[in-house]
Write a protein that binds this ligand. Structure first.
Ligand SMILES: Cc1cc2nc3c(=O)[nH]c(=O)nc-3n(C[C@H](O)[C@H](O)[C@H](O)COP(=O)(O)OP(=O)(O)OC[C@H]3O[C@@H](n4cnc5c(N)ncnc54)[C@H](O)[C@@H]3O)c2cc1C
Length: 387
């Protein structure tokens, strides 16, 4: 007689990997079926890798319960497997007065959800924590505990550990039909592209295809409208511009576009929240990425990359010039992490200056055109009365 599995898990994203790991760890004989060649290749391969505290979840919901249960358990798993994570915290920033007025309500909602450690912080504390932010914030909320992980490694490690503990994991196994006619005897037949499997309980972890998988079993509880999210990704060398995940004030559409640092130090802006025509992995578009880049740079000026703007200096350009140059040198060295490629040459030598009529000056051996009326009028006779 063919093997009967206690549990058949359909779908090898983070949810399927977690479920097969949990069930196998507790002694269930498990089979995971994934339609793609690789595990973690649909929604779970495109998320932000953030372990949220539940600060924006609705109080008394199953979602919040699961998040709050995951949190301590996940740190045990990450430590146990030796996986990277960074408890970086998050800073929600209000950029307008209107947004700032909502912050106390959000803090109150966090406390109601049991996320009591969120605290409103002053602007001086904000800029102490996040000196790289544009100096136009109007208010902020500090959310400690928000953590970044490697989302692929986390999911794959759960599946790998489940496999080591006896789970069977099959990829390229498209579930095509499910027969529940022997449900009372706890016998469910799962027909796949690799053949038929029998299980006592089937767990649908089909992600964006969850409604289709249910339909294969003759169940029709819900319909999924796919969404997509796009990101702009910066290299690790700009990672020092932020110290926590920078959240906008959330809207009815969700958390909004975040500026965050991955567990490997890349700065990422996104995700967007867009309707998608397809459930398959969507393409990104250049216009949206450019908009995300502008958003990142408008909140964190240091993200402008190999670029420093000291254009538009008002009336003190001469008076402040050496201070500006000093500041620029420090920015290049510290913010852009660029060491000089040659030796220092900071000594001063007296200049040999000779004025050459009608409008030139020779300094050492180089001939310059005099362009300023103060010099022209001062060295030669006044040509007109205008400076
Ligand atoms: C842009 C974006 C950013 C996000 N950021 C975060 C974040 O930072 N933190 C967070 O907690 N959440 C985040 N999320 C949400 C999170 O990514 C999803 O909730 C999660 O990936 C869902 O996992 P899943 O396993 O249910 O689905 P999936 O990863 O889609 O897995 C489902 C699997 O089922 C398989 N499958 C489907 N049909 C069949 C079939 N017939 N036969 C066999 N296999 C089948 C699919 O191939 C797929 O591999 C984000 C989501 C998006 C879109």
């Amino acid at each position: 007689m063919a093997d009967v599995f206690d549990v058949i898990v359909v779908g090898g994203g983070i949810v399927g990997c977690a479920v097969v790991w949990e069930m196998t760890s507790y002694g269930y004989k498990c089979l995971l079926l994934e339609k793609n060649e690789n595990l973690v290749s649909e929604a779970s391969s495109g998320n932000s890798g953030m372990l949220h505290t539940g600060f924006d979840a609705v109080a008394d919901t199953l979602e919040l319960q699961c998040i709050q249960q995951t949190f301590p358990k996940m740190f045990g798993v990450l430590e146990g497997f030796g996986l990277p994570y960074n408890k970086i915290g998050a800073t929600m920033v209000a950029w307008t007065q209107e947004q700032a007025q909502i912050i106390p309500t959000i803090a109150q909602r966090c406390r109601a959800a049991g996320v009591s450690f969120c605290t409103e912080i002053s602007l001086s504390e904000l800029y102490n924590r996040e000196p790289g932010l544009r100096k136009q914030a109007q208010g902020a909320l500090w959310i400690p505990g928000e953590t970044v992980v490697d989302p692929w490694l986390t999911a794959i490690s759960l599946a790998h550990d489940a496999k080591k503990k006896g789970a069977m994991i099959k990829t390229n196994a498209v579930v095509q039909n499910i027969s529940r006619t022997e449900c009372e005897r706890q016998r469910i037949q799962v027909m796949t592209s690799l053949g038929q499997f029998t299980g006592r309980v089937v767990i649908n972890c089909g992600g964006l295809y969850g409604d289709i998988v249910n339909k294969l079993a003759g169940l029709q509880h819900f319909r999924i409208s796919p969404k997509k999210g796009q990101y702009a990704v910066y290299p690790q060398k700009v990672g020092h511009h932020i110290n926590s995940s920078i959240l906008p004030i959330p809207t009815s559409k969700g958390k909004g576009e975040i500026i965050f640092k991955t567990v490997y130090g890349n700065v990422v802006v996104g995700p967007t929240f867009e309707d998608s025509a397809s459930r398959a992995r969507p393409e990104s578009d250049a216009g949206t990425i450019r908009r995300l880049v502008r958003l990142g740079e408008s909140c964190v000026p240091g993200l402008e990359g190999c670029w420093i703007t000291v254009g538009g200096i008002r009336s003190t350009g001469l008076s402040g010039s050496l201070g500006i140059s000093d500041k620029v040198r420090r920015l290049v060295l510290h913010q852009h992490a660029l060491e000089p490629s040659g030796p220092r040459r900071t000594g001063l030598e007296r200049m040999d200056i000779k004025f050459v009529p009608p409008c030139h000056a020779r300094i050492d051996d180089v001939l310059y055109t005099v362009t300023h009326p103060i010099t022209l009028n001062g060295v030669w006779k006044p040509r007109d009365s205008r400076l």
